[in-house]
Design a protein around this ligand. Structure first.
Ligand code: NAD
Length: 442
């Protein structure tokens, strides 16, 4: 099928490349000229493992193209995926200006019946709003509106797109549902479950999924706070509850609070959607408060490891992206952490394997280093903020030689507290009381 994907960011580019790999003819469109130029020259503008291979394969085989020419892309397409950003507004609601703009552009250039699919995460009612914009423009061609939310995770986006847990299709017209099944035919034959529902349910499924996962993270983060107070080990608690198949082990890793481009904005938007329908979504409101509180606690945790005073101290931060295997800095927990430490008078050195370019645009007064060991030079404390593999296997002897003080604050519970103490570090982590001996895991 001839497909246009509008918005060539983390989601649009993966969607475009994935749909081309399924055998569709895809053109990815963006207003960002530099991004499209880079892609045309074979350069991938974001860091996402495996994305370069799938893009170059499909470009070479003539199924994947890049353009800034929205008009031509819309005219040539039978199906149009909207994958533009829906960033948070100051009040927490989703900013739909890019989606609305795309809807108006589609209306302007429509030259026949089109399937208009929202891949972007959009509030309930957005599908209807797009339908209305197109109807009111009076072009007279039929637009079938489909909601098809995306659940990929940055860092494993290709695998997630090519083998998702499910495909959600929200539509009210039978032909649109059939066309969607055609587009995703290879997934159908892999027996990936398809959830076919109305547009509103599909729009809510995306927010409910992220809201639930954010709740799970906040739950274990609060357990971690309690563990520190009562002398328990949150890793054992997470394992002990996660082995219960009704709960499951994922998203039970205590840490510095959830961040990234989705969970913070989508939980805020879900709370806002509920408010608009005059409902107070108490659980999600609490999750938002807990997450803000946990992030603040991390600044205290670093300060406490330095006897309560960070003024004049130098702190090394290992990892800046909101999680490993991405360069995405949006709403990373390292932002309030570094800002909070700087506000209290600390000097910051920092390194991330992939997010340095993005980080430079966010932080002021941070000394960016070339690797973990340069970051550790002369620091009073080293903070493991993102669990990149290279920080899981640090040469601790080498670290000890270059730091000013052997203090490590491990916000991702990467290391074994007993071992770290034996290695001579003053070691703090999350939710693991000092006197807990790490038990042999069977
Ligand atoms: N990033 C994720 O992990 C993820 C996962 C699932 C869903 N989502 C959702 O997908 C959507 C996109 O997220 P993203 O992370 O890819 O955003 P992004 O910011 O990386 O990409 C959005 C792209 O849209 C382009 N754009 C904006 N207006 C445009 C227009 N009028 N015409 C053409 N292009 C335009 C921008 O230039 C940008 O390249 C959001 O709604 C997000 O919530 C994101």
């Amino acid at each position: 099928m001839d497909i246009a994907v509008i918005g060539t960011g983390y989601v649009g580019l993966v969607t475009g490349a994935g749909l081309a790999d399924f055998g569709n003819d895809v053109v990815c469109v963006d207003v960002d000229v530099a991004k499209i130029d880079a892609l045309k020259q074979g350069r991938i503008p974001i860091y996402e493992p495996g994305l370069d291979k799938i893009v170059s394969r499909n470009v070479a085989e003539g199924r994947l193209h890049f353009t800034t020419d929205l008009d031509a892309a819309i005219r040539a397409a039978r199906a149009i995926f909207i994958a533009v950003g829906t960033p948070p507004k100051a009040d927490g609601s989703a900013d739909l200006r890019y989606v609305e703009e795309v809807a108006r552009t589609i209306a302007r250039y429509m030259n026949g019946p089109k399937l208009v699919i929202t891949k972007s995460t959009v509030p309930i009612g957005t599908g209807r709003m797009i339908e209305k914009i197109i109807l009111e423009s009076g072009v007279g061609h039929k637009a079938s509106i489909v909601s098809n939310p995306e659940f990929l995770r940055e860092g494993s986006a290709i695998e997630d797109f090519m083998r998702p847990d499910r495909v959600v299709i929200g539509a009210s017209d039978a032909e649109a549902i059939e066309l969607m099944k055609e587009i995703y035919a290879p997934l159908h034959s892999l027996e990936i479950p398809f959830v076919v529902t109305n547009v509103e349910s599909s729009e809510l499924i995306k927010y409910a999924a992220n809201g639930f996962l954010a709740t799970k993270i906040s739950f274990i983060n609060e357990c971690a706070v309690l563990c520190e107070k009562i002398g328990a080990d949150v890793q054992d608690v997470a394992r002990g509850i996660g082995l219960d198949t009704r709960i499951g082990p994922k998203f039970l890793q205590a840490g510095p609070g959830f961040g990234g481009s989705c969970f913070p904005k989508d939980t805020s938007a879900l709370a806002d959607i509920a408010r608009q329908y005059e409902y107070n979504f108490q659980l999600i409101e609490a999750v938002l408060r807990v997450n803000a509180d946990i992030k603040e606690r991390m600044v205290d945790k670093v300060a406490n490891a330095l006897d309560g005073e960070v003024r004049g101290k130098t702190i090394g931060i290992l990892g800046l992206a909101f999680k490993p295997e991405t360069d995405d800095m949006r709403d990373s927990p390292t932002i309030p952490l570094i800002n909070g430490l700087q506000k209290r008078g600390a000097r910051i050195r920092a390194y991330d394997p992939e997010a340095m370019e993005n980080a430079r645009t966010i932080f002021d007064g941070v000394t960016f280093c070339k690797d973990a060991y340069e970051t550790a030079e002369g620091v009073d404390a080293l903070v493991i903020a993102t669990e990149w593999n290279e920080f899981r296997a640090l040469n601790l002897e080498r670290v000890k030689k270059v730091v000013r003080k052997a203090v490590i604050i491990d916000l991702r519970n990467v290391y074994d507290p007993t071992r770290m103490k034996a290695e001579g570090f003053a070691y703090t982590c999350v939710g693991r009381a000092d006197d807990i001996r790490v038990r042999e895991r069977v």
